[in-house]
Write a protein that binds this ligand. Structure first.
Ligand code: ADE
Length: 231
């Protein structure tokens, strides 16, 4: 998989992309991530990438010119790339969308900013707009990192333990069961006895029951979704 990220704040990315699982995924050659500084593509003599909106109003708008230039340059190499704009108006990002996107060969992520981007970018370049939630951030950089993190860990071979993908939250629309590790008694707070019993069948049943209980309490909406899906 190859991911190209277009941003006006390229230095925001290295602390996140050069740590932990995403770093190892790149080292193992599972994903190639390229960061493009939008300002490098501006033809303006001051490297401006934004301007006031036509028709008036507050805030600035990212101009079409540098975004077209960088996307066209990337697409010259890989024509099949899917272009995603991170913005609050996009489709809500879910585990399901992460799974779908993780099977793409090449993604171009555009980090939106200011009041937005020139609408011609949406019309002529963007295949999909994605929001990470119903709140407004200062830019699309953090959302782009969220996408990369969620996608990269789904690429086969990125996570060491196959099971850690099979039983996790939201896969199958159910939250995770409670986890415990040593010591068995911490400040008088004891691990449920069943987990120490060595009876794997009983442990599995307990985990399923606890996961369901937690989902019913915290996210009943996920269970409704599951029932509807199964009909
Ligand atoms: N840019 C600003 N807020 C955003 C959000 N919630 N999701 C994606 N991009 C954004």
């Amino acid at each position: 998989m190859r991911i190209d990220i277009i941003t006006i704040f390229p230095s925001m990315f290295s602390p996140v992309l050069n740590e932990s699982i995403i770093k190892r995924a790149q080292e193992k050659g599972k994903v190639k991530i390229y960061i493009h500084n939008l300002r490098d593509y501006s033809v303006d003599k001051h490297k401006k990438v934004d301007d006031r909106p036509f028709g008036g109003g507050s805030g600035m708008v990212l101009t079409a010119q540098p975004i077209f230039k960088v996307v066209e340059k990337i697409k010259k190499k890989i024509t099949s790339a899917k272009v995603i704009l991170l913005c609050p108006q996009g489709e809500k990002f879910t585990q399901e969308s992460a799974r779908r996107l993780s099977s793409e060969k090449h993604l171009i992520l555009i980090c939106g900013h200011y009041e937005g981007v020139d609408e011609r970018v949406r019309k002529a370049l963007v295949d999909k707009e994605v929001s990470i939630g119903d709140y407004v951030l200062t830019g699309g950089e953090l959302p782009a990192m969220v996408l990369v993190d969620a996608l990269v860990r789904l690429i086969p071979g990125v996570l060491g333990d196959k099971n850690s993908l099979n039983f996790e939250s939201f896969e199958g629309n159910i939250l995770e069961y409670p986890h415990y590790t040593r010591p068995a008694n911490f400040k008088g707070l004891c691990v449920p006895g069943i987990l120490l019993s060595g009876d794997h069948k009983k442990i599995e049943t307990w985990r399923k029951k606890e996961a369901l209980k937690r989902t019913k309490q915290r996210r009943p909406d996920l269970l409704k979704f599951k029932i509807r899906e199964e009909k």
